[in-house]
Design a protein around this ligand. Structure first.
Ligand code: ATP
Length: 335
């Protein structure tokens, strides 16, 4: 079993080794291949996603990605390596679960998954400034093909996880040619899964309910931009960014990648919370390698560690554990 490991930038250098330690504990013969990407790589090699990294990722078919820093100003030749990698590996779905974890910052009863379309919408990169210099235009693309496959993914996930409802989130009343198409096609697909309830919400209403009553949600399927925003909102109910996992999934390829970024404010201090990336790795084990028992073991070890009140600094003041000690604690429960 091969895994391409990309630490990236910032706390990626701390949380990725933690997740690899956990994976090695449950899969001792895991074949780990390190590769480079990110802002530091761009500065040293002139490319944020070198060709050899793409080749290693494609060969392994499974990637564990830490985080990358992107400059807040345009840099000639630089583009986000994770966005490119998702595209090159054709991981068309981004699964972002928010489940209650036993920490003071989480909301009890929340158990939802945002299934975010990962290849189109406003993220296709077709954006330009008009000649007057004062008008920016971006293209939003929604296709039947991408909507069908993401909706099938959402309903199949509902089947596997024995969930009751899929909510289609869109803005079809204002955008009938794009979101209206998404809504129509998603409903067509839902007819193949008659035992699972289907409903819909406009994205603004979904945002309201996500804040007011997050327990009403089960699985949400939605275009790229709304999925990006709603899943970050939901992550707050899961206890914070240090705890929020994600998995980019395609047909026989996957990239596990936490929701958080490179956290430059705490990078290099050894205090980052590795929970998000460890749970992302567990998703890889569950959905890509289909090793359900091992995924359950990892998730249970994380849950028990947090239940014991063992926290990293993002979750408590004083007496917190370092990234390494927290990871060792999880591994001790897997032994
Ligand atoms: P980037 O530019 O890479 O997106 P950022 O700081 O803008 O970085 P995040 O990395 O998501 O965005 O961090 C947002 C905040 O959450 C920061 O204060 C950071 O320290 C905190 N944070 C994010 N991830 C973790 C983590 N794993 N453990 C502890 N704190 C975290």
């Amino acid at each position: 079993m091969k895994l391409c490991v990309i630490e990236g930038d910032g706390i990626g250098h701390e949380v990725v080794p933690a997740a690899v330690q956990v994976l090695k504990q449950v899969i001792p013969d895991l074949d780990v291949h390190s590769a480079e990407a990110g802002w530091d790589t761009f500065q040293s090699k002139g490319s944020a996603l070198p060709d050899e990294t793409i080749a290693t990722a494609k060969d392994c078919k499974a990637v564990l990605f830490g985080a990358c820093s992107s400059p807040s100003y345009p840099v000639e030749g630089y583009s986000s390596p994770i966005v490119s990698l998702r595209r090159k590996m054709e991981t068309y779905a981004n699964l972002r679960p928010t489940r209650y974890l036993p920490v003071p910052t989480a909301r009890e009863g929340v158990d939802l998954v945002v299934v975010r379309e990962n290849t189109e919408d406003l993220y296709i990169g077709d954006e330009h400034t008009e000649a007057d210099g004062d008008t920016g235009t971006a293209t939003k693309r929604i296709t039947r093909y991408a909507t069908e496959r993401i909706t099938h993914m959402a309903f199949k996930l509902a089947q596997v996880e024995q969930r009751e409802r899929v909510t289609i989130v869109h803005k079809g009343n204002v955008l009938p040619q794009t979101d209206g198409l998404f809504r129509r096609v998603a409903y067509e697909v839902s007819h193949h899964y008659k035992h699972i309830e289907t409903d819909e919400l406009l994205v603004d209403t979904a945002a309201y309910w996500m804040v007011k009553e997050p327990t009403r949600f089960d699985i949400v399927v939605t275009p790229n931009l709304y999925g990006d925003i709603l899943s970050d909102m939901a992550a707050a109910w899961g206890g914070g960014l240090g705890l929020a996992p994600a998995l980019n999934l395609g047909d026989e390829v996957a990239i596990a990648e936490p929701v958080h970024g490179s956290a430059p404010d705490i990078a290099g201090k050894g205090i980052a919370n590795p929970t998000a990336i460890i749970l992302s790795a567990a998703m890889l084990v569950r959905h890509h390698w289909k090793m359900t028992d091992l995924a359950n073991q990892i998730e249970d070890a994380v849950y028990t560690t947090l239940s014991d009140g063992d926290y990293t600094a993002d979750l408590m003041d004083g007496n917190s554990m370092s990234t390494q000690r927290f990871t060792d604690e999880i591994c001790s429960k897997l032994a």
